[in-house]
Design a binder for this molecule. Sequence first.
Ligand SMILES: Cc1ncc(COP(=O)(O)O)c(C=O)c1O
Length: 397
Amino acid sequence: MKIQNDKQTKTKQEETKEKEILTELRNFHKKDVSFSSGKILSSMCTKPLKIAEEARKIFKETNLGDKRISEGAIEIEKVCIRWVGDLLNLNQPYGFITSGGTESNILTIMEARARKREAMKESGEKEMVPEEIIVPETSHFSFDKISFLMDIKVKKASVDKNFCVDLNSVKNLINKNTIAVVGVAGTTEYGSIDDIEGLAQICMVNKIYLHVDAAFGGFVIPFIRKLNYNVRNFDFGIKGVDSIALDPHKMGMNIIPSGMLLFRKEPKFSVNASYLQGKHERLLGTFSGGSAAGCYACLKFLGEDGYIKIVKECMENTKYLAEGLKNLGIEILNPTMNILNFNIRKEIYNKLVETGWIISKTSKGYARIVIMPHTKRTHIKKFLNDIKQLMKNTEKY
Ligand SMILES: Cc1ncc(COP(=O)(O)O)c(C=O)c1O
């Protein structure tokens, strides 16, 4: 068998074929809206740092799911988990780089189930069916997927007028089948932060696993707290928090896909993977080490000061948009972080969508804007001006 080396020689035909394929792909890509267009006002992802893209390229052949061949990538993952552990007030964190918030949330509920089942086995208790988790009604839809996927009953706790979970509602939903409670630090629709200290108290008394979904807020809250914004803490400094999910591919400035899941204690969940010669503790069997490398690059390149600068600009732009909307007589909800909700007539909302703005609505009908690092002042001015014109042009609006 003839083994080719990396520098493959191409025939003329192959070269032409390659060019054709790349042209086709570029044409498909023209249909994608780019972050730099300024039109994307509701995504929680953003244009990644250049160095993260470079880092991914270096590790494009690695697999975090295979310890035998990707030792370097796995070492990077460990370093990232340690650094983020520092950020979240935990000295000796355990955890994984994942594909994002959904995977982290699934994995954490698998872990809660593994712990509960082990504890029951040890105490000789009978298995409970169905197992239950309690999430705020504002939690991400990934928990509905979990219900379907894991055959778990997902109970939704009500929220207060600020869209933060009602602790009494959580208490009332707890029973002997509850395997985990979830709090959200930075809800997808409102950016609200649940009372994690309150939830931790409840969970400790009832010996229940507490997960904090900070997929969005994880790379915002620690930095706005440093900027003296008066927002709630959610991290491992709070006794009783068992795990935290946060996404580098959201405000962490990394490439898609990348999430992170940190545990206070060594996770118990694993399966035997004989062909990989060992145990497998992740959800995905194969996952690119490029995500870990991108994460390392972002964390090291930006450092705390870099993230503070990015978050500061997002918060100032959010404030600018809020003021602009108020000046137009539009009712806004006070933002906790860089997510802004406001009341706008359906006709204006629809026209904004028609003219190419990518915006969204919450389940309660508020317009929802996420001010990410790719959203600049000029984009916000243009957006406000479009709303102003629409309000002027159509009297009935
Ligand atoms: C709070 C929260 N959790 C989980 C997720 C799911 O993250 P992903 O889309 O990366 O799976 C999101 C996504 O927006 C989110 O806002």
